[in-house]
Design a protein around this ligand. Structure first.
Ligand code: URA
Length: 448
């Protein structure tokens, strides 16, 4: 048998983690690189991922793992980015960059109004995003509901758009952390997505490689999030903030609720329309609140203080940037959005106070209606999704519409309705459950 010149053996590394040992830096560098090269096989990496899920990694191991994933691909550099406008002058200093990352939730369209809003204040927002998998939507799927809009940009076009307009939402190129792309796909089919160490290193390897100066993490917590409990969400947030800071990225996190969907829509075209309402100075209060809070954190991280981002939503400046940003990527900001061929209304079973509208149930329903995909290569329906007519804390009357389901494939209505069974609760007026009900605050905590 021919021996290769590999410095380690995958089985030794797997056994070490299986037996709760700390992996050495060189072992980690090698196993991530060898997996990317195809020398460590999928089944070996699956075993290692499961050992990590069960036995954990310490802070130094997670940092090394993250850096090994960054080293598997290219690193972007925005340090030479300058404002393109003549008023900026020839000696204008580099533009600060700020980015936001959400760990994923239902109805989470915040990136859409947030990126143009932050750009209003002269901070460049390179928002490299992904497509959705499972019940959580993907930012690119949402924007692709806009006729003509293109997700793929070359690095040169990305830089040009950042200096001209200040905001870009586009697909992360294949060159960014390729080890993560391969490992994420493997985790998805081996029950190892939920390891905090692997989620943190997956997200942060991409964000550090992207080269943003400031990063604000929106760590979701609740039924519709990866992290179901607050202690787990807190641990993920702390781990990612530490990883970012150690790598020189000014990183902070908001811990936010995901027991209830964000806003009143879940589904691609529906969420774009709701985002445009926010950019026009309206929209649901929770979407506005989170957009403004995240903008504040991004601006503060980038050194912009003494401004109120809510103003740029109400006076149309954020909308102007949105329109330019969409047009620059081939989209028509005035094109009517797709509407679904079929709809089905679910009504309130009794009068009272809506005390629960489960994010996972709504996300699953939207997914089954065609808004999401089960496999990476599946198409999504632009118009499929769920519109919510009430949120927890609202008073409803028996028979009033609670949810409207939309799809082009009405044979999916039954499965979507099944997902919503037990997904909402109405407490009769005057009962202790109705009187004493207070929704969980949207912003649970900040982690710096
Ligand atoms: N998002 C990522 O990019 N990676 C994970 O592991 C989980 C969510």
């Amino acid at each position: 048998m021919t021996r290769t010149a590999e410095p380690f053996d995958a089985i030794e590394v797997i056994r070490a983690k299986r037996d709760r040992q700390t992996l050495t830096g060189p072992q980690i560098d090698w196993v991530v690189d060898a997996y990317t090269r195809g020398v460590v096989a999928d089944e070996q990496m699956s075993a290692l991922a499961m050992a990590i899920l069960l036995n954990g990694m310490d802070r130094a191991e997670i940092a090394r793992w993250t850096h090994a994933m960054i080293a598997s691909g290219e690193r972007m550099d925005f340090s030479g980015l300058r404002a393109a406008s003549a008023s900026a002058g020839p000696d204008a200093g580099p533009k600060p960059t700020a980015d936001k990352h959400s760990t994923g939730g239902v109805g989470d369209k915040i990136t859409l109004p947030l990126a143009p809003l932050v750009a209003v204040y002269g901070v460049a927002v390179p928002q490299l995003s992904g497509r959705g998998l499972g019940h959580t939507g993907g930012t690119l799927d949402k924007l692709e509901a806009i006729p003509g809009w293109q997700a793929e940009l070359s690095n040169a076009a990305l830089m040009d758009q950042l200096s001209e307009i200040g905001a870009v939402i586009c697909a992360a190129g294949a060159g960014l952390a390729p080890a993560d792309k391969k490992l994420y796909a493997l985790r998805d089919v081996t029950g190892t997505v939920e390891a905090i160490e692997l989620i943190a290193s997956s997200i942060m390897s991409k964000k550090i490689a992207e080269g943003t100066g400031t990063l604000v993490l929106d760590v979701k917590c609740g039924s519709g999030a990866f992290m179901k409990t607050e202690p787990m969400a807190r641990e993920l947030a702390r781990t990612m903030v530490d990883l970012g800071r150690d790598a020189g990225v000014n990183t902070s996190a908001l811990l936010t609720d995901m027991d209830t969907p964000l806003g009143l829509t879940a589904g691609n075209a529906l969420e774009v329309a709701e985002s445009v309402e926010v950019l026009a100075g309206g929209g649901p209060a929770d979407v506005v609140q989170l957009t403004v809070e995240l903008a504040r954190a991004m601006l503060a991280g980038a050194g912009v203080t003494g401004v109120d981002p809510a103003e740029a939503l109400s006076d149309g400046r954020a909308m102007d940037v949105w329109r330019r940003m969409i047009s620059a990527q081939g989209g028509d900001p005035d094109a009517p959005m797709a509407t679904a061929r079929e709809s089905h209304v679910i009504t309130a079973p009794e009068s009272g106070v809506l005390t629960r509208l489960d994010a996972m149930a709504v996300g699953l329903a939207a997914w089954r209606l065609g808004a999401g995909r089960a496999r990476k290569e599946d198409p999504v329906q632009a118009a499929a999704g769920v519109r919510m007519h009430a949120k927890p804390g609202d008073t409803v009357r028996a028979g009033q519409p609670l949810l409207t389901l939309y799809t082009d494939t009405p044979e999916q209505f039954d499965r979507a309705q099944a997902a919503l069974e037990g997904g909402f609760e109405v407490a009769a007026e005057g009962t202790p459950a109705a009187e004493g009900f207070a929704p969980r605050p949207l912003i649970i905590d900040r982690i710096d």
